[in-house]
Design a protein around this ligand. Structure first.
Ligand code: FMN
Length: 316
């Protein structure tokens, strides 16, 4: 098995999967500014199984993204073997399985985090993926989910799967019941780290470099998954590396930010043509957050359509 994970230096800095955010262009930018590994948006195993044209688009990525992990979601084990085969054929370095998503359109239909209530089903899904690929397989979990009057935890999950060759696990330290703003359950992440022999990435609430240090000190993880902390600041990866190594990091000034914006816009245009720039708008708003003229800029940024528009605003 080609296992890129074992070659990464610890602590490993991973761009966590985010639907609508971690597309190819943004993954390229995050790799450029310090991410050691990047995850795709969640990709429907059913969509791949049925060769959906729209879903097959998610298999595209740029060389500079390596190592890049595709994240699959779904709830029907029979769809995952073919999905894994297609992912391997497309050239991804690893396959992750989503057992953490609380979004209604996924969890509401028995997928994502709600799968944690049925560990046997989770096992079948992982086995189906393993059947379709020789790539390293990882999973993304939440700290816990209620199941009637019981609670299923990430630790229960890891124990249940102990005989499967799962290479890495990213644990989002928040429960399903308070999915995005609960305090991070460092104890749960720490207990998964103690139990699991592979790589454990702690996820949740890492928004500035000091947050990563706290996660490391409280849990002993092998690395971090960073999600919303990259909004408008993909260079946070480099800052975290510098901070953990030297206790300090460089701030990014406007001139540097403008350079990143242009690089991002060019990558977005190349990856998805004009549509890429429409999707870039939300990133532009994140990039200028906190600028003194951010409010006025917003009304212009939400209308950009061409690279010329973007250069007109940021290259002066
Ligand atoms: C907009 C958005 C989209 C997300 N999409 C996914 C996804 O596709 N797959 C997944 O496993 N988690 C997804 N997540 C969860 C994140 O990967 C991460 O676990 C969560 O945001 C907690 O990390 P944070 O506190 O660093 O944001 C998403 C989160 C957000 C905010």
């Amino acid at each position: 098995m080609k296992n890129f994970w074992s070659k990464l230096h610890k602590p490993i800095l991973a761009l966590a999967p985010m639907a609508g955010v971690t597309d190819s262009a943004y993954r390229q930018i995050c790799r450029k500014y310090g991410a050691d590994v990047v995850y795709t948006e969640m990709v429907s195993a059913d969509g791949l199984y049925y060769d959906s044209k729209k879903i097959l688009e998610f298999l595209k990525f740029a060389k500079s993204e390596h190592p890049v992990v595709i994240q699959l979601f779904g709830k029907d084990p029979s769809k995952f073997t073919k999905a894994a085969q297609l992912a391997e054929k497309a050239g991804f370095d690893g396959i992750d399985i989503n057992f953490g998503c609380p979004a209604k359109k996924v969890a509401g239909h028995g997928g994502g985090v709600t799968l944690m209530r049925d560990l046997n089903k989770c096992q079948e899904i992982i086995e189906a993926v393993l059947k379709g690929t020789k790539l390293p397989v990882s999973v993304k979990l939440r700290s816990s989910i209620k199941n009637g009057d019981k609670i299923v935890t990430a630790l229960d999950f890891i124990r249940y799967m102990k005989d499967l060759p799962i290479i890495a696990v990213m644990v989002h330290g928040r429960p399903y019941e308070n999915p995005f703003s609960a305090e991070i359950d460092y104890e749960m992440i720490k207990s998964v780290k103690k139990e699991f022999k592979g790589i454990v990435l702690g996820n949740g609430g890492i928004n500035v470099p000091t947050d990563a240090k706290i996660m490391l000190e409280k849990t002993g993880v092998d690395g971090f998954g960073i999600a919303r902390g990259i909004y408008g600041k993909p260079w946070i990866f480099q800052q975290i590396k510098d901070y953990l190594k030297n206790g300090k990091y460089q701030k990014f000034d406007k001139a540097k930010i403008k350079k990143v914006i242009i690089q991002h816009a060019e990558a977005a245009l190349k990856a998805k043509d004009k549509h890429g720039l429409i999707e870039l708008r939300k990133h532009l708003l994140w990039y200028v957050k906190g600028w003194e003229n951010a409010k006025e800029m917003r009304s212009v940024l939400v209308k950009v359509e061409t690279i010329k528009d973007i250069k007109g605003i940021f290259v002066k």
